[in-house]
Design a protein around this ligand. Structure first.
Ligand SMILES: CC(C)(COP(=O)(O)OP(=O)(O)OC[C@H]1O[C@@H](n2cnc3c(N)ncnc32)[C@H](O)[C@@H]1OP(=O)(O)O)[C@@H](O)C(=O)NCCC(=O)NCCS
Length: 143
């Protein structure tokens, strides 16, 4: 498995990963395009013969924010998500960030475990963040 920086030429591939990983809450093509072109963001693709995962991070000053992470179903539980998180965190540090924040649905046990194992801690509850009755945790970790 290899992880590399993604660019605008990877838009279709990133969308395929998004579709494989998320239901209705996934980002639109326009948002992914913006993330791939705006300099405050960085996106990375994990490849294993084909694209198997992607992560995007936003960095501004001391603050980094995990925008999105997804691993295609048949490659989960093999360390790809953790490797992508490590890549996003190193990118954030290299741009001067001192902390990373993220939101996660309170029902998303795999993602929450991934973040807890990487040292993220819950700061507070975001009521209705994903829609009515769909709460999220705001998690944070010092980098
Ligand atoms: C969350 C996600 C990115 C994890 O990717 P992954 O490649 O399976 O994660 P890893 O194999 O690196 O696992 C890292 C840790 O995550 C946790 N984890 C991963 N899958 C899990 C599962 N199904 N159940 C419980 N914990 C799980 C474990 O703690 C694991 O550590 P361990 O192997 O030491 O036990 C993946 O499940 C995914 O793409 N989900 C759909 C998209 C999504 O929800 N993204 C996050 C939105 S906030």
């Amino acid at each position: 498995m290899n992880i590399r920086r993604a660019g605008i030429a990877d838009l279709a591939t990133i969308m395929e990963v998004e579709v494989a990983c998320f239901d209705e809450e996934r980002y639109s093509r326009d948002i992914v395009l913006f993330v791939l072109t705006d300099e405050e963001f960085a996106t990375f693709l994990a490849e294993d013969g084909r694209a198997v995962g992607a992560v995007s991070v936003h960095v501004k000053g001391d603050d980094a924010h995990l925008v999105s992470i997804g691993v295609v179903p048949d490659h989960r539980c093999r360390g790809v998500g953790s490797a992508l998180m490590g890549t996003a965190e190193r990118e954030a540090v290299s741009r001067g960030a001192r902390r990373m924040t993220l939101q996660v649905s309170i029902l998303n046990v795999p993602a929450m475990n991934l973040y807890l194992h990487r040292g993220y801690r819950t700061k507070y509850l975001l009521e209705g963040y994903y829609g009515r009755g769909k709460d999220a945790f705001l998690m944070e970790r010092a980098l």
